[in-house]
Design a binder for this molecule. Structure first.
Ligand code: ATP
Ligand SMILES: Cc1cn([C@H]2C[C@H](O)[C@@H](COP(=O)(O)O)O2)c(=O)[nH]c1=O
Length: 244
């Protein structure tokens, strides 16, 4: 009896999704301004996976999406990323943050602001909150000074929504270890340092993002398709209500 009832609800939900998607396909939403979404969380929480799936879902309903990341989206950013990830020269935490901020400034100048000005939907893998956690919470840099520099680098723009993929350290570590078996990772020195600080990083994200009104927390241990559907529904709802 219970199973039959649950199956009916599932069928109703699927028909509802099919109906909304077909309505959106035949009648694409007119976007009147740019929207900026960032995806945050520790290594292995599933940011890149979510971005790929979410971008596909938004493109499927005819929305114009730009996916990007920090650090390393621009030509300058690529050089900065290599420098930051390989750490061949001694780098103090302030210098490290300023290099991330330089990447961010060029990123906003070259990619994000032009995309927002064309009313596109920008989804970014990490942004200013990563600096607040890695260089601020974990390495002790002054967070109010960092926030000022971030705001400057970001031309006073803030993400409309920060999606925080919350995961426990064991699951994140297991995923990174598994992934590194399959790929040849570039970021050897930096990632080694990060793996040792996993729990502290998770505490940092929890502390810095909790209670902020523009943060949407997602359980990153859920199946990837469920996470993408959840984020898609949140984005669609936000677009409908903030498309001034
Ligand atoms: N929801 C999920 N459930 C199970 N495995 C997942 C899920 N999301 C991603 N993965 C797997 O976990 C690994 C890490 O995912 P992904 O590369 O998307 O994480 P990330 O947050 O972008 O990592 P990084 O910050 O290190 O680049 C990949 O092997 C991916 O296939
Ligand atoms: C933006 C930003 C990033 N980081 C760290 C976080 C990660 O360890 C690497 C980026 O690697 P990913 O595979 O692209 O996630 O850089 C940081 O310390 N500070 C920052 O501002």
């Amino acid at each position: 009896m219970k199973e039959k009832y649950e199956q009916k609800i599932r069928l109703f939900y699927i028909s509802f999704l099919l109906l909304t998607n077909s309505l959106l396909l035949s009648n694409p939403m007119q976007i009147n301004r740019g929207f900026l979404f960032s995806i945050e969380g520790t290594e292995g929480c599933g940011k890149s996976t979510l971005i790929t799936k979410l971008a596909q879902k938004l493109s499927d309903v005819q929305l114009n999406v730009v996916t990007t990341r920090e650090p390393g989206a621009t030509e300058l950013g690529k050089s900065l990323r290599t420098l930051l990830m390989n750490k061949t020269a001694p780098t103090c935490t302030l210098a490290e943050f300023l290099l991330f901020a330089a990447d961010r400034a060029q990123h906003f100048h070259e990619i994000i602001m032009p995309s927002l000005n064309k009313n596109q939907i920008v989804i970014c893998d990490r942004m200013a909150d990563s600096s607040l956690v890695y260089q601020g919470y974990v390495k002790g840099l002054d967070q109010s000074k960092m926030a000022f520099i971030n705001q400057w680098a970001m031309q006073d723009q803030q993400p409309d929504i920060v999606f925080y993929l919350q995961i426990d350290s064991e699951s994140a570590l297991a995923r990174v270890t598994q992934r590194n078996k399959h790929h040849n990772e570039e970021s050897v020195a930096f990632e080694k340092e990060i793996l040792e600080k996993k729990q502290q990083l998770i505490d940092g994200f929890d502390t810095i993002l909790q209670g902020r009104s523009n943060v949407f927390v997602i359980d990153a241990t859920a199946p990837a398709d469920e996470i993408a559907e959840q984020a898609f529904q949140v984005v669609m709802c936000y677009l409908e209500n903030n498309n001034e």
